[in-house]
Design a protein around this ligand. Sequence first.
Ligand code: HSE
Length: 342
Amino acid sequence: MITKIALVGFGTVGKGLYEILKEKEVRFKEKYGFTYKIVAIADRSFGNVYNPNGLNMDRMMMDASMGNRFTEDLVEWDNITLIKECNADLVCELTYTDLKDGGPAIDHCKAALSSGKHVVTSNKGPAALFYPGLKKLADAHGVKFMIEGTVVAGTPVINLASGPLAGCEVTKIRGILNGTTNFILSEMEKGKRYKEVLKLAQKLGYAEADPSGDVNGIDARGKVTILANIVMGAGMKIDDVDCKGIAEITLEDVLEASAENKRYKLIGTVERVNGKVIGKVAPEKIALDNPLASINGVTNALTFSTDLLGDITIIGPGAGKEETGFSILTDILAIHRNMCCC
Ligand code: HSE
């Protein structure tokens, strides 16, 4: 069975996903019996295209790399019509994150799920703000709503908790959930000032389009909300998470912590306290013998405290073209395995 895929958003993540799919096409067919066609793309810069037999992706990539609008299979349909009318089995929602009201992504997810299409997304908006409703909609239509890429990109966190750790009770999750702020704090330890390092983080493409979401802790707060609701079944709203970012941490604070054999880290915590799940994001001074203290640069890390295994710490990339493209791929392959078993 050929998996027919629609991409909503053809920026860094969409292109990263396609590059992996193309590179590993033969291996995926041999190893997993997985074959695919990209039948539709919706993108505000390049236009909306649809071909039920599969788009010429070399052509689409060439157009996009030159910054041009797509040059074949253009349709007049808006995003919602394209999502509903196309013959895709699976829609990848890859537009920008909006943690205030979910942005257009929420309507894209609803349109796909209600027309019986699986949704895979790395967009934190729908996952942090509307997960319970979207999961219910997916269940009602017999499809999946998969969100591995919303927390720590392709490093398996959501699927780790629901798969290998499923028999454990997770009592606490604590970790570094934002690469930009971790990079900034790591560079400040080398004696650089906050503003100088923030500019470098933007130049290197780590920060969100609006970096205030990173430095004020909002990006990490979205991820804490997702973990609280999905891993710990909390029913938490994003505003329930206490949130403080790193903007007030000075070079002097960082150097003072170093002198105490400690490191500042922006830590996201989800914890069950007296039966209630509590979420928090705040800078903390961490002793150097804590595994989280050794995580430098854009790398992320999460420690799951469990009843049966004690602490499990997973360390890995939390952003990037290939890393986030991979997160979408991992959910696509999971859906493919599920479709094969049906
Ligand atoms: N801006 C985010 C970070 C990207 O720095 O971790 C992934 O959400």
